[in-house]
Design a protein around this ligand. Structure first.
Ligand code: NAD
Length: 519
């Protein structure tokens, strides 16, 4: 039986609910997956457009498909699948004199098998409990895939950030953080949020500052959130981490002969024709890395229209234009596509949805004209579309693996915060000295002195960004190789393989630590 605990919130004279669902009744429906019941309602009631499963149901369908071949017991699987707890808060924000707006926020801890839990905070008008729960579940599996020792969580505030001033957004962010502080849903050892859609380094700085007011004696309080500005404890490389991770992942999969055979593509990034949907934090950086490594970004989709140029878009130029004008319309050197979803149907080698969930469904899956789809966004493909695309022979690189670069580097930032020191600070000069001495020996033996630039490139010790990139590259390559190996041994697609790996790793923690108060 689940239990809902009601607290009274004096600051807002409102109530909020913390639903403990770890030991919830799990109802088995006639459909082949379970619906957790939270706060008395099944998530499945959040029905999706066009009768396809909701985002949360989709994640559970993918989970179930992998669970069946994972070799993990039913008992552990049902425990793993149900979200541990959900917080919903409502609070008033004064937007003008005598005018308040009631804002609703959520934080879902999907699995606390490892602490802290980790996951971004999304600001969007369509945020609701089932969306946040779906994203939290994906975080649990994602962290396991890249061996980041965190549980999974996600937060959301149901607002359109474009409709608020900076001052109002700061008030909303701080107020939401106060709610998280009061209910112990934030803290370096408990729950460490990060940016997601509609939030960035600025919001993370406000969150950290608010948390610190409540915990003035906590020496690790700076580690309560990641994705912060560098000046406030952020780590170099976090901004671009998700996009860079996407690039490393695609580069790795392209190098596999079975992927080359299935797609007819060569193993190199150079010359590949890329289309990206969503030109935000993830989409922008992914486009930059593909362009810098010789690919041609031929199409970019945004919420009001798309930009297309078969000869290659100048990514920086278009990004500056979008930042200045808020649209691609009338941008130089691109054709405008009015129908925003059309961008997903254009002929390309690699399609990268990097905007939102449920962009490729039954309504457009048959029209997709890419050889590889790389899920930079969370949940962009519905299960029915996934089946169609697999049947068409399109290779899908799944979200829980491909966009894990963000949480990987967030982990590095958290470690930096707990160690209170920039990566490389203690070793850089020592490494340079050692390499200099070695070079002098080589030079005297070979009888030739290196030029100054040759010497510098060899001797230079690693800066923080170098170490972060190196750690991220190693993590993504390792996770891709594990996924590939499971896909081959179980003869399944990469998504199912990634889920199997995650389930098995999480099960090892669940089963190794036992369940409290169970015989
Ligand atoms: P963001 O808010 O920075 O960017 C999202 C972009 O998508 C915006 O430019 C927005 O205008 C655009 N967009 C919204 N609706 C669209 C539509 N219908 N068609 C085309 N474009 C649309 O968000 P982000 O951080 O880049 O996140 C994008 C996706 O990546 C989300 O699914 C998020 O959960 C996922 N993700 C983000 C991170 C991260 O580190 N930020 C990490 C992992 C996964």
């Amino acid at each position: 039986m689940f239990s809902s605990l009601f607290f009274s919130n004096n600051m807002a004279s409102k109530t909020f609910r913390v639903a403990k669902v770890a030991n919830a009744t799990i109802f088995k429906h006639s459909r082949p997956y379970f619906y957790p019941v939270i706060n008395g309602r099944s998530f499945s009631t959040a029905t999706a457009k066009d009768h396809e499963p909701s985002f949360l149901d989709s994640v559970q369908i993918y989970f179930d498909k992998a669970a069946r071949i994972s070799g993990v017991s039913e008992k552990t699987l049902s425990h793993m699948k149900a979200p541990d707890c959900t917080l919903q808060v409502t609070f008033p924000i004064e937007i003008e004199d005598d005018k308040v707006e009631i804002v609703t926020g959520y934080r879902v801890h999907h699995s606390r098998h490892l602490l802290p839990v980790k996951g971004g905070i999304r600001y969007s008008p369509v945020v609701d409990e089932q969306e946040v729960a779906a994203l939290a579940a994906l975080m649990t599996y994602k962290c396991a895939i890249v061996d980041v020792p965190f549980g999974g969580a996600k937060g959301g505030v149901s607002i359109d950030p474009k409709k608020f001033t900076t001052a109002q957004l700061e008030r909303i962010t701080r107020r939401y953080t106060v709610e998280l502080c009061q209910k112990a849903f934030i803290g370096p050892g408990v729950d460490v949020p990060a940016p997601d859609v509609g939030t960035g380094a600025r919001e993370m700085a406000w969150i950290m500052d608010t948390f610190r007011q409540f915990h003035p004696n906590d020496v690790d309080s700076i580690g309560c959130v990641t994705g912060k500005p560098i000046s406030l404890g952020g780590v170099r490389g976090r901004n671009e981490a998700t996009g860079l991770g996407v690039y490393y992942g695609v580069r790795e999969f392209l190098s596999y002969p079975e992927v080359q055979k299935a797609t007819g593509l060569s193993g190199k990034i150079e010359g590949k024709r890329i289309i990206i949907q969503g030109f935000g934090k993830v989409g922008y950086w992914a486009s930059k890395f593909f362009e810098n490594n010789g690919a041609k970004v031929i199409g970019i989709g945004e919420r009001d229209c798309g930009a297309y140029n078969p000869n290659g878009i100048n990514v920086e130029e278009l990004y500056n234009y979008l930042t200045k004008t808020g649209t691609f319309r009338d941008a130089p050197s691109v054709d405008i596509i009015d129908d925003t979803l059309k961008i997903l149907e254009l002929d390309c080698d690699i399609l990268i949805p990097a905007a939102l969930e449920r962009q490729i469904g039954l309504w457009n899956a048959t029209k997709v004209n890419a050889k590889i789809i790389c899920e930079a966004a969370n949940g962009p493909i519905t299960p029915a579309a996934d089946d169609i695309l697999n049947e068409k022979g399109i290779i899908i690189l799944p979200d829980l693996l491909l966009n894990a670069g963000g949480v990987t580097v967030s982990y590095f930032e958290w470690l930096k915060n707990l160690s209170h020191m920039r990566f490389g600070r203690m070793t850089k000069k020592w490494d340079e000295l050692g390499k200099s001495k070695l070079l002098e020996l080589v030079e005297s033996n070979v009888g030739r002195n290196l030029t100054e630039s040759e010497r510098k490139s060899i001797v230079q010790g690693a800066e923080e960004r170098d170490l972060v990139y190196s750690g991220l590259e190693d993590t993504m390559i390792g996770a891709c190789q594990e996924t590939r190996s499971t896909a081959a041994s179980k003869k399944v697609d990469f998504r199912t393989a990634a889920f199997v790996n995650a389930i098995q790793k999480i099960a090892a923690v669940y089963e190794g630590s036992g369940i409290m108060f169970m015989s």
